[in-house]
Design a protein around this ligand. Structure first.
Ligand code: FUB
Length: 475
């Protein structure tokens, strides 16, 4: 947004843009999720089995150093990997009182209607306003819900720049509007009609280093606010850029407790993101400048996985060029070992830890035709372990032992362990861990939910141990 402060493009009141009619075209899984047009300021919304993303469109010519944004588009996906572009479903012409700058927006559902809160340049005094359009479906058609701005420079205690609305409706039906830029976050309650303020505009406390682009959501009873910050104290390398910091609160109006950075600097100067849980997986949608010919005013929407820690804090998002795999939150079935990251207390340098979850079926405990894991010359108790990026429900594990009749022998005993979130513990109620040669030895147990499963292996005296394949089965 920053460069636009010097070079705002006012297009004039005469501009009336018809909502674009675009044939829905599925795009393949990759980041950015769409490259046929430049898109920015994404806001996600889950309706049924569909993940929608509402985004502005960057139309600046190559080399142009200001935003040219005249419409808001809708994308959708049923697997968060493959996207359909539905085209523009609202534009500056949707608001008769506006003339330019179709900046960041967000859609909030209520009573079967969909309220599209937009940043837009009104024709009156001041610069940016927040308008509301309404439609009967996530794809509209959308019309102006109010006939004038919901927030403008004349709203008492409004932000220095009234853009970037995020609307959140709590379980009790109370809706909240947050917005702002120029380090000026603001919050206000909305009436049930979603188009009138319900009380005074307040300045939320605790959103450390807030610059702009708030997005609010709730998880496990805790309120989360992510927002763009541009400090160089752990956020960005230059304050021309921005990261996404986040804060949590136990009340939707705050006060907020700053928790850190959840999305680092992106390749565009602006950083605008949203969060959604879809089919059991959390996602962050954001924009960057990574599409061919992209830049600070030719941005593109990307989607990546978002992971929470057990204490409710968020892990920093890994920005990928591939995007997420299709529906990774769908519960896995069968042997989930191949999707895990393996680790061990020791592996012999000439053998391979990758053996244990490469999906092989050995013909015997002496089968060296595939990779082999062994921990020679270590003796006593050693371990192998699987880690998944989020918790898995597991109720069986099965191991095929390696025995080279030299330093590696069948073990004396073994047991399944799991990470409780703070320590390793024996998996409760597990059946005996078999040590037979030339077969898979299964261990069953009541389902545990864990990110880490460990096989603790105790060698026979004077020997080391080895594994040809170790499976873990989703409950
Ligand atoms: O896209 C125009 C403005 O840039 C948005 O409103 C800000 O959040 C920033 O992304």
């Amino acid at each position: 947004m920053r460069a636009t402060l010097q070079c705002t493009s006012l297009l004039g009141a005469a501009i009336v843009l018809l909502a674009g009619v675009v044939v829905a075209t599925p795009a393949s899984a990759a980041n950015p999720i769409i490259t046929s047009v430049y898109t920015a300021d994404p806001a996600p919304l889950v309706v049924g089995n569909t993940l929608y993303v509402y985004a502005g469109r960057d139309e600046a010519a190559s080399g142009q150093q200001n935003f040219l944004m005249r419409e808001w588009r809708v994308l959708s996906s049923t697997d968060a990997a493959t996207w359909t572009d539905h085209g523009a479903k609202a534009n500056i012409g949707t608001f008769r009182w506006a003339g330019a700058d179709a900046w960041a927006s967000e859609v909030e559902p209520r009573n079967g209607k969909y309220y599209w809160y937009t940043s837009v340049n009104g024709n009156g005094a001041g610069w940016m306003d927040i308008g509301v359009a309404v439609g009967d479906s996530p794809l509209g058609p959308f019309t102006d819900a109010k006939g004038g701005p919901l927030i403008s420079d004349s709203t008492p205690n409004s932000s220095g720049l009234n853009i970037d609305p995020t609307v959140f409706t709590d379980d009790d039906g109370q809706a909240y509007l947050y917005w702002g830029s120029y380090w000026g976050a603001r919050a206000v309650k909305l009436k049930p009609n979603m188009i009138e303020l319900d009380g005074p505009v307040v300045t939320p406390q605790g959103l450390q280093d807030f610059w702009e682009a708030p997005f609010m959501f709730k998880r496990n009873g805790l309120y989360y606010m992510i927002y763009a910050a541009n400090d160089t104290n752990g956020c960005v390398t230059s304050s021309s850029y921005a990261c996404q910091r986040y804060a949590t609160a136990t009340n939707p109006m705050g006060p907020w407790t700053h928790r850190g950075v959840v999305l680092g600097q992106v390749s565009s100067t602006t950083n605008h993101a949203g969060v959604a849980q879809f089919n059991g997986q959390w996602y962050m949608v954001y924009h960057n400048a990574n599409a061919p010919g992209g830049g600070n005013f030719r941005r593109s929407v990307a989607v990546d996985l978002l992971h929470f820690n057990a204490d409710g804090t968020m892990q920093r998002v890994t920005q990928t060029t591939t995007g997420p795999p299709p529906n990774p939150g769908t519960p896995p079935t069968g042997n989930i070992a191949p999707s895990a990251t393996a680790s061990t207390s020791h592996v012999s340098s000439w053998e391979s830890l990758a053996a244990i979850n490469d999906g092989g079926t050995p013909s015997s405990s002496a089968d060296r035709s595939n990779l082999v894991y062994g921990n020679w010359p270590e003796q006593g108790t050693q371990w192998i372990e699987y880690t998944w990026p989020s918790a898995r429900s597991i109720n069986r594990t099965s191991v095929y032992w390696f025995d080279d009749d030299q330093g590696i022998d069948l073990p004396a005993s073994c047991r399944a362990q799991y990470w409780t979130g703070s320590a390793y513990a024996d998996v409760p109620g597990q059946s005996s861990c078999g040590t037979a040669a030339n077969t898979f030895n299964s261990v069953t147990f009541p389902t545990v939910s864990t990110t880490r499963l460990r096989l603790s292996i105790t060698a026979r005296a004077g020997n080391s141990t080895g594994v040809l394949e170790w499976q873990a089965f989703a409950a």
